[in-house]
Each structure stands twice: as structure tokens, then as C-alpha cells.
Write a protein that binds this ligand. Structure first.
Ligand SMILES: Nc1ncnc2c1ncn2[C@@H]1O[C@H](COP(=O)(O)OP(=O)(O)OP(=O)(O)O)[C@@H](O)[C@H]1O
Length: 310
């Protein structure tokens, strides 16, 4: 079943076209990623989807409802974790939960949710005394308090250290396993690859491609590459006549073999039959980053405020 359907969304600020004809559909129970560099229009897109911003053109349907016209009904279905959720410094965790609970007709039990998010012992802490990871987890709790069918999570691991980031990924998987459909906005390749069932790559306000992470990589896959340092004298002709090998070259002391099919197996077998050991053997395959570069001509990590996923 389709949970979110957006068609031809457009939004401009003055002369700046930020969202330029975005169409996408999100299926029930999936983690759908919106991946693109800083400033690509991701946040504006999800704000239009959630009804927090009015698009200049296009339409959105969330489980058959129009977020612009049926705002109250949509709020009951949708939990939104905002990119920079700021609460009053002195507001305590349980007070924030209570306030957000009051917005929904059927909120879940606050302490049970805090416990699930590892925040129960912090329930009396003021917002300003929480670590970055705890503030993020609280913003997720606030997005989930109304028992939404759909949760939109915007850049939820930006600013977190690698361990907190991994814990948050686990949490997102747990939320999905309870049947919540998740839209995940991110500019981290690793996060998108690890979590998302399907992804929309967004660049300069446009959807460049929608597919599973593996499907996107496959679209641009130029084949496989092996690198190794041979243990003894090596003649390229040893490998060039293999069916799976397309090219053999040298980079310093390394041999680089590109090809297709069972490249690793056929090269290993041939080397072994000549008593050559492939030291420091590495298999390289196209990544999501390669797919993004191939589809847009630009690197996603080059955004002004980019931060590499560790
Ligand atoms: N209210 C606004 N008024 C004017 N320009 C805006 C407004 N909101 C966003 N923009 C501009 O729209 C562009 C896209 O912003 P948006 O936040 O949607 O991108 P994004 O892909 O989510 O990037 P980021 O990850 O940096 O937030 C940016 O150039 C931004 O400066």
C-alpha cells in the first residue's frame, strides 16, 4: 500500500528554486531515504509533505489525506522529527513528553517510550543538560509519542559521534519493526546504504533516481576491481587471457585488475596455479557515492557543511 504520494512538488524562495518538480511514493512499512547534499531541498520537500510548508505547485497525499486541507487528521498519522529541534533550556524531558502528548488523541505511554529510547533515567533532566545523542533521542521520542503511522526523521544523526550514530540506526530499525513507515532525510551515504529499503537521490531540487541502495549502485556499476601486490615476478599476460578480465594495469607496486563475473575466483585460481600469492588483496566495487557522482556529476560529500559518516 502507498502511504505517501507526492506529485510534482515545487517550491521557490524568491528566485531560488529549491524544490523543482519532486514526485515520489512511499510504501507502507518501508524506510524510504531522501539523500542529497546540503541545500538540495530535502528538508523543504519533507516539510511540504508534512503540511508544514505550502508548496507553490504539486500535490501530496498521506494515506489519502491532503496535509494542507486535512491538517488535523494528518497530524494524528504523522510524527515529524525536525532537523534542529530546540526546546526551552529548562524544560525537563518528562515535561516535553507531556506537552507533546497533549497534541495527540491517542498518545503512547511516555515512560515506556523513554525507556525504549534509553532516556528514562533522564526524565527529570532539563533539555540543556542532555548530550547531543540524548537530545536527538528525545526528538525521536517526541516524534513517536502520538503513535504515528508515518515518521519523518530529518538528519537525525548529524552531529552525533560514530557510536551514538550506530545506536540511533539500531533505534530506527526497531521503530520500523513496530510497523511504522519511516522517511529518513540524510546526507550520509553509509546511513542511507545501511538503513533504507529505497532511496530518492535529490540534487538541486530534483529527484535524480529512486531505487534500493543496491539497485542504484547496479545502475552505474562499471564492474569489479581487484588490487594486490604479487609475491613474485608477474606478467600481465597471466591474467589478460581470462574471460572475466577486462584490463590489467600497475599502480606503483600494486596490480589492478578490472573485470566482470567471477573475477575474484578466476584471478585467485590462476595466481594460485602459478604459486603467486596476492598480498594485500582488495576487492573494490561501486558505492552509493559512485552512483551519486555518476547520476549528478557531483560528489554528495562536497556540500559546504558536509561531515563524513565515520
Ligand atoms: N525559509 C526559507 N527562506 C529562504 N530560503 C530558504 C528557506 N528555507 C530554505 N531555504 C533555502 O532553500 C535551499 C534548500 O534548503 P533545504 O533545507 O530544503 O535543503 P536540504 O537539502 O535539507 O539541506 P540541509 O541538509 O543543508 O538542510 C537552501 O539554499 C536554503 O538556504
Amino acid at each position: 500500500m502507498t502511504v505517501i504520494e507526492a506529485n510534482g512538488l515545487a517550491k521557490r524562495y524568491g528566485d531560488n528554486v529549491v524544490v523543482d518538480g519532486v514526485s515520489l511514493s512511499v510504501k507502507e512499512g518501508e524506510i524510504f531515504g531522501i539523500l542529497g547534499p546540503n541545500g538540495a531541498g530535502k528538508t523543504t520537500t519533507v516539510e511540504c509533505i508534512a503540511g508544514l510548508r505550502k508548496p507553490d505547485a504539486g500535490s501530496v497525499s498521506i494515506m489519502g489525506l491532503d496535509p494542507q486541507r486535512e491538517t488535523r487528521e494528518v497530524r494524528k498519522l504523522l510524527g515529524m522529527q525536525l532537523q534542529h529541534s530546540e526546546l526551552p533550556e529548562k524544560m525537563r524531558v518528562y515535561e516535553a513528553m507531556k506537552m507533546f502528548s497533549s497534541f495527540y488523541p491517542n498518545p503512547t505511554d511516555s515512560d515506556t517510550l523513554l525507556e525504549r529510547l534509553g532516556l528514562l533515567e533522564k526524565r527529570k533532566s532539563p533539555f540543556s543538560k542532555l548530550s547531543g545523542g540524548q537530545q536527538q533521542r528525545l526528538s525521536i521520542a517526541l516524534a513517536l509519542i502520538g503513535q504515528p503511522k508515518v515518521a519523518i526523521l530529518d538528519e537525525l544523526t548529524t552531529g552525533l559521534d560514530p557510536s551514538a550514530r550506530r545506536n540511533t540506526w539500531k533505534l530506527v530499525e526497531d521503530i520500523r519493526s513496530t510497523g511504522v513507515t519511516i522517511v529518513l532525510v540524510t546526507h550520509f551515504m553509509e546511513e542511507a546504504e545501511r538503513l533504507c529499503d529505497r532511496l530518492a537521490l535529490i540534487d538541486q531540487g530534483k529527484v535524480v533516481a529512486v531505487d534500493s541502495p543496491a539497485g542504484l549502485i547496479e545502475q552505474v556499476d562499471t564492474g569489479k576491481r581487484l588490487r594486490f601486490r604479487p609475491s613474485g615476478p608477474f606478467d600481465h599476460r597471466l591474467l589478460t587471457d581470462l574471460d572475466d578480465v577486462v584490463d590489467v594495469s600497475e599502480q606503483g607496486s600494486q596490480i589492478v585488475v578490472s573485470g566482470t563475473g567471477n573475477l575474484l575466483q578466476s584471478v585467485s585460481a590462476r595466481l594460485a596455479s602459478h604459486d603467486i600469492v596476492a598480498n594485500d588483496l582488495r576487492v573494490e566495487q561501486a558505492s552509493l557515492e559512485d552512483a551519486f557522482v555518476a547520476l549528478t556529476g557531483r560528489s554528495i560529500e562536497l556540500g559546504e557543511h558536509s561531515e563524513r559518516a565515520a
